[in-house]
Design a protein around this ligand. Structure first.
Ligand code: SF4
Ligand code: SF4
Length: 420
């Protein structure tokens, strides 16, 4: 096949005429991110994460065949933002709870979210109720995590060549369906392959999901930028005045506060430079001074959370959502797929710990009213920064604080993004 030359982001590249762009780019040392493209499969063009510009026109990179003189753009600010937006839409469309996901650390989508710098989604989460199908013989398919990339449909076949998966329905009702009869014919290795080629945690093999321990997972040890020691704080000038911080926990578990305290002895440096005002750490209950920063743990699940959050917005120059619950609702938001009445019945009437024959769901004027769903803080007030993690590491919280308070360079190691 004839060799041609073309450009990617202004760089001269060579490839075989008609070669797939993703593969041709890879041969030239350029990675075009994708979630649906898979080695030998015909281009699926389904995830659109690989969107590039071909001679100025936006197109899914995986369906482009390279030709002489092509001018491809991949890493322009516009395309990077479009790629992030596509990924963010995948996150809000599904129900992704990385801290409790079996595929965390081995998940292509999670890794790509880290690589593209997604810290939170700019779109509201849909929290749709989706099926977790455990009926198949060997696998479980969790529709909450499926991005409909179609890899499984093209790749997973029985030894007689029958497909196990297919797409059914249309529009936003589209989902992957399983042919149970064919699935039962998969060997253990074929079932494992299905789990591996799924770029998310949508396909899991029964009894195998945690067989690869954390620490040995594909993306566990991939380090990002350099780390900064909290000791650097000693060099910061205070000019005699301390910066003032307030903290609160809304619908959270206090894990993020514990993480903040995890800075151990560096806390002595911190108190030299920072005064902690209203906070569960100081037990100061009311704002009587304006604060530079408000750290918010947890999202909003009841009317009191909303009130406290608004009070923080009023009294703090900068508001920071700390941890997954604050950033998008987190684990408490798992109830968002279930009607409120069913949640209350389960909690107060039908749970294993309810009193026999219980008929009362607490409802008193002094008890904050529970909201129809759990809201991310930025759905309620303007949030200036988001710190992801469950809980974020002490080092991560510290890095952000130093950046915001003292304009210190923000740099955080990949390993310090913590979801445990
Ligand atoms: S599938 Fe990936 S992105 Fe989704 S919850 Fe699991 S680890 Fe997170
Ligand atoms: S189950 Fe996995 S491989 Fe199949 S379409 Fe969904 S995300 Fe893709």
């Amino acid at each position: 096949m004839e060799t041609i030359t073309f450009k990617i982001d202004g760089r001269n590249c060579t490839a075989k005429n008609g070669q797939n762009l993703i593969e041709a780019a890879k041969q030239n040392g350029i990675i075009i991110p994708t979630l649906c493209h898979f080695k030998h499969l015909n281009p699926l063009g389904s995830c659109r994460v690989c969107t590039v510009k071909n001679n100025g026109k936006s197109v899914a990179g995986c369906i482009v065949k390279v030709a002489e003189g092509m001018d491809i753009e991949v890493q322009t600010p516009e395309l990077i933002d479009a790629r992030k937006a596509i990924l963010e839409m995948m996150f809000v469309e599904g129900n992704h709870f990385c801290p409790s996901c079996e595929k965390s650390g081995d998940c292509d989508m999670q890794n790509l979210a880290y690589e593209t710098g997604i810290r939170y989604a700019r779109f509201p989460h849909l929290f749709e109720d989706k099926i977790v199908d455990a009926r198949p013989e060997r696998i479980v398919v969790n529709q909450n995590r499926c991005i409909k990339c179609q890899r499984c449909i093209e790749e997973v076949k029985t030894k007689d060549g029958y497909k196990v998966f297919q797409l059914i329905n249309r529009g936003n009702k589209t989902r992957v369906a399983i042919d149970y009869e064919q699935e039962a014919k998969l060997s253990a290795a074929q079932a494992n392959h299905a789990m591996e080629i799924c770029p998310t945690g949508a396909i899991l093999v029964k009894g195998k999901t945690f067989s690869k321990p954390f620490g040995d997972r594909a993306y566990d040890n991939k380090l990002g930028l350099k780390n900064i020691s909290a000791n650097k704080l000693k060099k910061q000038p205070t000019n005699g005045t301390k910066k003032r911080i307030a903290t609160t926990s809304l619908a959270g578990c206090f894990g993020c506060h514990m993480s903040l305290l995890d800075i151990d002895l560096d806390i002595l440096d911190m108190v030299e430079l920072v005064e902690i005002h209203k906070s569960p750490l100081t037990d100061i209950k009311k704002f009587n001074k304006r604060c530079d920063i408000g750290l918010i743990e947890g999202g909003c699940c009841n009317t009191e959370n909303i009130e406290v959050l608004r009070e923080f917005r009023k009294n703090c120059d900068i508001l920071i959502s700390v941890g997954e619950c604050a950033v998008w609702g987190g684990l408490p938001a798992m109830r968002n797929t279930i009607p409120l009445e069913a949640c209350l019945n389960e909690a107060y009437l039908n749970s294993m710990t309810s009193e026999e024959g219980a008929t009362t769901i607490p409802n008193h004027q002094d008890i904050p009213k529970i909201l129809n769903k759990v809201y991310a803080n930025h759905d309620v007030v303007k949030i200036d920064y988001h710190i992801p993690g469950c809980p974020p590491s002490a080092n991560h919280i510290w890095s952000v604080l130093k950046h915001v308070l003292f304009e210190e360079e923000y740099s955080i190691a990949f390993a310090d993004f913590k979801y445990d």
